[in-house]
Design a protein around this ligand. Sequence first.
Ligand SMILES: *Cc1c(COP(=O)(O)O)cnc(C)c1O
Length: 428
Amino acid sequence: MQLSKSESLFAEAQNYIPGGVNSPVRSFKAVGGTPPFIARGQGAHVWDVDGNEYIDYLGSWGPLVLGHSHPAVVEILKKTAEGGTSFGAPIEQEVVLAKLICSGLPSVDSVRLVSSGTEACMSAIRMARAFTGRDKIIKFAGCYHGHADGLLVKAGSGALTHGIPTSAGVPESYARETLVAEYNDIESVEKFFLANPKSIAAIILEPVAGNMGVVPPADGFLQEIRKITQDNGTLLIFDEVITGFRVGPNGAQGLFGVTPDITTMGKIIGGGLPVGAYGGRKDIMDVVAPLGAMYQAGTLSGNPLAVSAGIITLTELQKPGTFERLDTLSQRLTEGLTDAFHKAEIPSTINRVGSMFTGFFNPGPVAGLSDAEASDTEMYGRYFHAMQEQGVYIAPSQFEAGFVSTAHTEADIDATISKVSAALISLR
Ligand SMILES: *Cc1c(COP(=O)(O)O)cnc(C)c1O
């Protein structure tokens, strides 16, 4: 049988790259089969090297809130590249992006740019430890904060899909500093404060979980976390790598009205180029070198290309009606999906916050990790392939978020709903 171009590329890739991919979530381990190699993207659509077209809801795992190759992003990238791609010295655009971030997130007085969400979270934890003089942190099972040692404990997403509860290579002594609580369960947090008085530096969490599939915070959960951290001299870190400038102009903290001490960002603020950031209260940020004793650095941090793409993305998002439009489109999609699943008599729960959503093969409600894990992943795998067949690109795992961008049109959404109905028929 003739191999497709993607199949031969994937076979070749496996000779040179572990598993043929540069991030495990891109392999199709959870759903089987060969990942299509993508040739190009335009707006809400991508094309693979075999010429198949897909309506894209992966959005590069979150950054592409404006869709692929947005004209304003492409233009600034060309212009910036012509003037030099890296200097390792301050540039004006860094100040512009930092100001945009600080004005979007009032809890952020100052912000340090890095090159990935992983770096942002790793640095934020180090900063919290430096500021409090404490070692332990609390994270939640199923929340992902990048792959730094000590955060790779029950890390959700790729780790969940690949059945790796805690990564090999993380010293047990190191993992012991990470206490793992249950999302949306305040008692699981209180327990740790009782057992570890005055030794917890920070709680880090996704204010809307996105890496066990989308799970919104339960009513009052973020407020309770805010209170218990304040009462115990513990810093609160919101990991807004997905939610920042996604669920609203002021992130999840604006949407839910809860103010963290530190915020980590990534994805959208780089407009599809490698960026991360961590920021927060001025007195905390003052511990970062060169002002303070906590060291953190980066050769390509504040890179001109990445920063320029971020500025354009945040500026586009500020245009009136943008978030309303994202919300309306996303609602149209998830209502259509709910209907389609209902008609096909397939038990499902669709969780959505703004333009991030997950359809769980699960009668629900899906309010935490154990609910998410009870989903029918075998059925998801078959659905995934049926959707590929229909020309819709979604995450190759049940435990991921889907994303709507400003490039999606009503026609894209309606076409998607028809394709979902067709895919569901083939599942029965
Ligand atoms: C993607 C993600 C990260 C890690 O960001 P990278 O840029 O992939 O290192 C951290 N936290 C959350 C919530 C994420 O979704």
